[in-house]
Design a protein around this ligand. Structure first.
Ligand SMILES: [Zn+2]
Length: 146
């Protein structure tokens, strides 16, 4: 059975330590499935989370929706900040975890929802953000001059 996509912010919580992984997605249940399949096959991009999963097993983890919202990119940042889940003591959102907490591309453009495109990179198994502005520049460079 297919569930209707739910956009929002979610958490993966380790019960024994209370540590959190917080993420945002346009389709949370699909993302949960993706996290679980990576964790089960020992291929999750977030090493601290994978290590905890390997040590304690899946019974030590709960997957939960925190907030249903289409503004999940900004809300996700707020939840990461308030829960300190980017501090290894409290969570798993440490670099280089994807659902990246980077706020700007390397050319300094902000990753606003309008300026962000998501891309699943097969070669390194990461969900990456693409800056639309830079993408446009790249596109323009490729366009032949008349
Ligand atoms: Zn950019």
């Amino acid at each position: 059975m297919k569930r209707k996509p739910i956009a929002g912010v979610y958490q993966i919580r380790q019960i024994s330590t209370g540590r959190l992984y917080i993420g945002g997605s346009a389709n949370i249940y699909k993302r949960f499935g993706y996290h679980k399949s990576r964790l089960r096959t020992n291929k999750h991009w977030c090493k601290p989370l994978q290590d905890a999963w390997n040590t304690k097993g899946y019974n030590d983890f709960t997957f939960m929706i925190i907030e249903e919202t289409t503004e999940y990119l900004t809300r996700e940042k707020a939840y990461i900040a308030s829960s300190k889940s980017n501090n290894p003591e409290y969570g798993f959102n440490t670099h280089p975890c994807a659902d990246s907490i980077k706020t700007h591309c390397r050319h300094g453009h902000e990753y606003t929802p309008e300026n962000t495109r998501y891309y699943y990179n097969n070669s390194n198994d990461r969900i990456q953000r693409i800056c639309r502005m830079c993408n446009n520049h790249r596109y323009k460079r490729k366009t032949p001059k008349i």
